[in-house]
Write a protein that binds this ligand. Structure first.
Ligand code: SF4
Length: 697
């Protein structure tokens, strides 16, 4: 941190990392960012975490792509490119040549082409990406990383409350007196949101933390329920059973605002805490105490993360949380609400903008003829398929089946992020034509036929939407390196070469087009965002603030009522056995972000956490005959990785926690691709695993 003498200009923008969406101020000297300060955004009120404050210098790393690249004739595809020596495998090309090459390989191939867009790009860029696939190829095989993080939460929310976004901002916890944080580790993954949770606990709010892994928020918790991995439904049903049995439910709210409560009550009968205790590992007394605290609160909120969503029963887990809030009447008032903590900085916005295979922008069904017609009118083009498209993992399966032959991948890294990643890498290697648009030569770009050099967040203009439904203005702080270009420009130029008549010359024009079929953007204009920096949707007038809490009067469902959907207990897809006796779970660390392409090139962040590591309980390390710092081999039915072990009492003795940012010990070599049948999200949080100590010579 410096003072004004250290910089010659400053630019207010948004953090490029997590869904909290902190506003920050880039301090710039001679067109380089020299440091970053927090700014007064609605989500962060000047606070920043270590990533927002120190994770900015990746943008000037030597590995930045600065020229379009085309694969040299005969060079084999595989994880074999040194990012410092890309020209061994690729040759430099002009934009004209690279765009023509990219378009020629896709032209006229209809359903053989699929696309992965990005939650790291702006809303305008996400909108253009889905438009390109739908308008250019006539189908809906377009998806992005929401499929790997909160697809199951969104499915349950749309089903039961009629909208996939949060019902209240996380800052509303200021008005709550009880809150549940389940399957989330906000101190590491949403650190600025965690500061609000800690303040809530410090002023006497009852904070109930539920997670199979211990975590730092435990210190502030009224109750810490370290339940058995995968036992969410049995635990939550037991809590709801107590609420019904002890007459703690809010009958007035249930009668006025919901449907199917009687079926829920009947379903919960068998889930006594005494019976469920053995299944979930939490004693009946604690389950009863939590039920009383949550139902007895005047205003309660529920926050959840990927510990809830990334299971084959992820949608059921979210259904339980929604039912729990509904039966207590904890929705629609200050200090109440449902809040899945979104991961990437623009995963909410990219989903809102239609970067999903079953929905057009604003979650309008692709199967609705009227909806498609409204879009084709604005796009001035013919109709496209009304069939739901394929999701992320289904697209890669379709590549293996030979049905998809070409892909356009913007800012995603499936060669690191997909479950059973060798299967994903094999799929990428099989493609006839792979166009990758990114800022670095990622693992996925190793398989590309052509690479289009894109802009980092601090170099682009565009809007992003955070976990709170706050649409915020991102501004360019520094110029792009070499011939790199903004993503909206690249997608537009590609569309033109595919024969589409796209007129855009600035992101504001794309935003105006989005507004024509997105009611969520009513009363939000480009000019307003330039002036106010952030506006929360929905907003009911050009001068009004948006709604921090929604659904006070009615839900966007038939008769305005939310719905109870009962969930039954389902075992994880892969239960530990004699060969694979441990449970593997994966996640992020405070200093690293997703597949590591940015944070492992950030000096401070990679300096703090430079080496692949996994966490095991000290007793497990002793049993293995090793010690903290020793090497271990983790093996599942998909493969093995070797890496350094840490001692961590937060991890149960039969469990191993593995961060997924390290390519040298890629977590997804091990993970199980089994899918939740509703949200189509893989079971990243539970695989049967074997752990062995490795002798180092
Ligand atoms: Fe960035 Fe999230 Fe940290 Fe805020 S909490 S500074 S948005 S990584």
């Amino acid at each position: 941190v410096g003072d004004s003498a250290d910089y010659d200009r400053e630019v207010q923008s948004v953090c490029p990392y997590c869904g909290v969406g902190c506003q920050l101020s880039f301090k710039i000297k001679e067109d380089r960012i020299v440091y970053v300060d927090g700014a007064g955004g609605p989500a962060n009120e000047n606070r920043l975490c270590v990533k927002g404050r120190f994770g900015f210098d990746y943008i000037s790393h030597d590995h930045r792509l600065t020229k379009p690249l085309i694969r040299r004739e005969g060079m084999p595809k595989g994880l074999n490119v040194d990012p410092a020596r890309p020209l061994d495998t690729f040759r430099e090309a002009t934009w004209e040549e690279a765009l023509a090459f990219a378009a020629d390989g896709m032209k006229g191939r209809g359903r053989q082409i699929a696309g992965f867009g990005s939650a790291k790009c702006s809303n305008e860029e996400a909108y253009l990406f889905q438009k390109l696939i739908r308008q250019g190829f006539g189908h809906n095989n377009v998806d992005h990383c929401t499929r790997l993080c909160h697809a199951s939460s969104v499915t349950a929310l749309i089903e039961n409350v009629g909208s996939g976004a949060v019902t209240a901002t996380f800052n509303e916890i200021e008005n709550a007196d009880v809150a549940i944080v389940i399957g989330a580790n906000p101190v590491e993954n949403h650190p600025v949101a965690a500061t609000y949770f800690k303040q809530f606990a410090k002023r006497g709010g009852k904070l109930i933390v539920m997670d199979p892994r211990g975590q730092a928020l435990k210190r502030h918790a009224t109750h810490m329920l370290q339940f058995l991995p995968g036992a969410d439904v049995s635990m939550l049903n037991a809590i709801m059973h107590v609420i019904v049995e002890e007459g703690l439910a809010d009958r007035q709210y249930i009668e006025a605002m919901t449907e199917d409560y009687d079926a829920m009550v009947a379903h919960l009968k068998g889930f006594t805490p005494e019976k469920m205790s053995a299944l979930c590992g939490i004693d009946a007394q604690t389950l009863r105490a939590v039920a009383r605290d949550f139902a007895g609160g005047k205003a309660g909120m529920i926050f959840w993360g990927m510990g809830i969503s990334q299971h084959i029963h992820g949608t059921d887990n979210s259904r339980c949380l929604i039912s729990l809030a509904l039966m207590c009447g904890h929705i629609g008032r200050p200090g109440t609400g449902l809040h899945p903590l979104r991961g990437q900085n623009n995963v909410q916005g990219a989903s809102d903008a239609g970067l999903v295979p079953m929905f057009l922008p604003d979650y309008q069904s692709v199967g609705d003829d009227g909806v498609r017609s409204a879009f084709t009118q604005v796009w001035n083009s013919g109709d496209f398929s009304g069939e739901d498209g394929l999701t992320v993992t289904e697209i890669l399966d379709a590549v293996h089946a030979g049905d998809i032959r070409g892909m356009y991948i913007l800012g995603e890294n499936p060669a690191m992020s997909d479950p059973d990643v060798e299967h994903a890498r094999d799929a990428l290697a099989r493609l006839d034509h792979l166009v990758v648009q990114d800022i670095f030569l990622t693992e996925t770009a190793n398989f590309a036929d052509v690479i289009l050099p894109a802009s980092a967040w601090a170099e682009k203009t565009g809007t992003v939407t955070n976990t709170n439904r706050q649409v915020q203005m991102g501004r360019p702080a520094v110029p792009m390196p070499g011939d790199a270009r903004e993503d909206w420009w690249i997608t537009t130029e590609l569309a033109r070469r595919l024969g589409l008549d796209w007129p855009y010359t600035h992101p504001s024009e794309i935003f105006s087009e989005m507004k024509r079929n997105m009611r969520s953007l009513d009363n939000i204009t480009w000019e307003r965002l330039e002036h106010e920096n952030a506006v929360t949707y929905p907003v009911h007038g050009p001068d009004q603030p948006g709604e921090a809490v929604v659904f006070g009067d009615a839900f966007p469902r038939p008769q305005g009522r939310a719905k109870f959907t009962p969930a039954s207990v389902i075992a994880p897809d892969e239960v530990p056995d004699a060969d694979y006796p441990m449970i593997l779970t994966t996640g992020r660390q405070l200093e690293h972000w997703h597949t590591g392409s940015m944070t492992r090139r950030s000096t401070v962040l990679d300096g703090v956490e430079p080496e692949a590591n996994c966490s095991l309980h000290p007793s497990t390390l002793r049993k293995l005959g090793t010690a903290p710092g020793g090497m271990v081999r983790l093996t599942t039915r998909r493969g093995s990785v070797e890496l350094m072990a840490r001692a961590d009492r937060a991890v149960a003795p039969d469990m191993v926690f593995l961060p997924f940012a390290f390519v040298e010990a890629a977590a997804n070599v091990l993970t199980n691709p089994a899918l939740d049948p509703y949200g189509k999200i893989p079971e990243f949080k539970f695989s049967a695993c074997k752990v062995e100590a490795v002798e180092v010579e």
